[in-house]
Design a protein around this ligand. Sequence first.
Ligand SMILES: [Cu+2]
Length: 99
Amino acid sequence: MADRLLGVATPVAGHVMIHAVEKDGDISRMKHIETLELPSGERFTLAPGGMHLMLMGLQDKLSEGTTFPMTLNFENAGEIKIEVSVLGIAAEGPREVSE
Ligand SMILES: [Cu+2]
């Protein structure tokens, strides 16, 4: 079933924005997306350099190796709580988890 990500919240930041990255020649710009459409039956990946969540107004420095809670609010699935791992600055994402 298709779904839509309506909003994201975490106690570690004042505000979480959904950002897309648009290429304009050699320049990349971040574009604020209000809601994220998630087509049915497709895997959707948020990643550095692509669609991502931007934490604005961090309450404190995030330390590598720690985790923090995040709530994703979906139109159909409702609220989903996740734990986010803080990785190093050069990290490209967590290792693939086999299903
Ligand atoms: Cu951004």
